[in-house]
Design a protein around this ligand. Structure first.
Ligand SMILES: Cc1cc2nc3c(=O)[nH]c(=O)nc-3n(C[C@H](O)[C@H](O)[C@H](O)COP(=O)(O)OP(=O)(O)OC[C@H]3O[C@@H](n4cnc5c(N)ncnc54)[C@H](O)[C@@H]3O)c2cc1C
Length: 345
């Protein structure tokens, strides 16, 4: 497919290990989803097997297939409705080219403000990735990508023809300059572009080498980035655990990494409590509990922070239709207390 000039857009960092069915169940995203959307925006149809053994097809070979629009219900349902056995995906033409620019800033808040300004200006980069100092230091030591030692770093990538790339990057660099960057480095070759991405792509593995960590996944409106980063810093101090921030900043999908030591009794519990506070903060500013990793077991008890009991009742009623005996992933997504009667029915 790639050799013929085509590609499938969603690019989770876990792509070497995960399967398309898992991506559909979790509505996965990735660095390039700012421009192309997440799995749900690139999925045309699925075949699923229901718990009574029947095989049904939803969607088709093109967008907006006939019938009820059930694809959105299946995508992101965390394996609770049926088993996906086939999928039809939207395959796109590869752009002529792509080029990243690396920006360093004196504070996370200034970097967050720069992201807001880029989005407000109406340019649509293919990716805007963010790292703060703890992540920059660890990634640089691990990947030797040539990152500047500053408080926050952005990688902004645009694509198109050379002319289109130049035009977009000129505007983006002009916006960045209004925030007094300590570094503004545009890749001049494929090699330099690869080096800029290398550190970011190694981030999770690099952090794992220095400590245990819990990776959060929540979303916020991009305009709230500066405030949320400041609050995460305050919460980190309050709970006594360091938090590294690396995330898809363009679409507000945050992945704060809370560092802790599993060998110190009580630290995991403190880490989980801090994680819950950060996710509640995401909801408080108008975001939600999950961007791409799902709710699963970890966040099921926080669902009532985002939804009313009636909201959850409506969502559980959908599961009743597809899986009346609640056999598929019964203990995921919904607070155990809310789903208790159904699970024991
Ligand atoms: C290091 C790391 C980086 C990650 N980076 C990203 C990222 O950038 N973006 C992102 O979105 N996610 C990321 N993830 C999370 C995760 O990898 C993705 O959500 C991925 O889509 C899960 O796919 P999987 O095939 O591994 O599914 P699994 O983990 O095996 O399963 C996930 C869920 O899907 C259900 N499921 C699996 N197969 C089916 C099926 N055939 N039918 C119905 N339900 C099914 C399972 O029951 C489970 O609830 C990351 C995870 C790790 C560990």
């Amino acid at each position: 497919m790639e050799a013929d000039g085509f590609f499938y857009a969603p690019d989770p960092s876990s792509q070497l290990a995960c399967a398309i069915a898992g991506n559909i169940a979790m509505n996965s995203g990735g660095a390039h989803c700012l421009k192309y959307g997440v799995t749900t925006n690139n999925l045309l149809g699925v075949t699923i097997v229901l718990m009574d053994g029947s095989v049904i097809e939803i969607g088709g070979g093109h967008l907006d297939a006939g019938g009820l629009d059930l694809l959105g219900v299946i995508c992101g349902s965390e394996g609770q409705l049926g088993v996906v056995t086939e999928a039809t995906l939207r395959i796109l033409h590869k752009p002529e080219g792509a080029r990243p620019v690396l920006m360093g800033f004196d504070s996370s808040e200034v970097a967050g403000a720069c992201v807001s300004d880029i989005i407000k200006a109406g340019v649509l980069p293919v990716a805007i990735e963010f790292m703060d100092r703890p992540c920059i230091e660890v990634c640089e030591a691990f990947a030797k990508a040539g990152y500047p030692m500053c408080e926050a770093l952005l990688i902004v990538e645009v694509e198109g023809s050379n002319l289109e790339i130049d035009e977009q990057l000129d505007l983006i660099k002009a916006i960045a300059r209004t925030h007094n960057p300590v570094e503004l480095r545009e890749a001049k070759s494929a090699d330099e572009a690869a080096r800029i991405w290398l550190g970011r792509k190694s981030a999770f593995g690099a952090m794992g080498q220095i400590n245990d960590y819990m990776c959060l996944d929540g979303t916020i409106p991009v305009s709230e980035l500066p405030y949320v980063l400041r609050r995460i810093g305050e919460l980190s101090k309050q709970y006594g655990l360091d938090v590294g921030n690396v995330f898809h900043a363009g679409d507000g999908n945050m992945h704060p990494l809370i560092l802790y030591n599993a060998n110190i009794p009580g630290q995991l519990e403190t880490c989980e409590a801090l994680g819950a506070e950060i996710l509640k903060l995401c909801v408080e500013v108008g975001g939600c509990l999950t961007g791409e990793h799902g709710v699963g077991v970890e966040k099921r008890d926080l669902m009532l922070v985002q939804y009313t009991p009636s909201d959850l009742e409506a969502q559980m009623a959908v599961k009743d239709v597809f899986d009346p005996a609640w056999l598929l992933n019964p203990a995921k997504v919904f607070p155990l207390k809310s789903s208790e009667k159904r699970r024991t029915a």
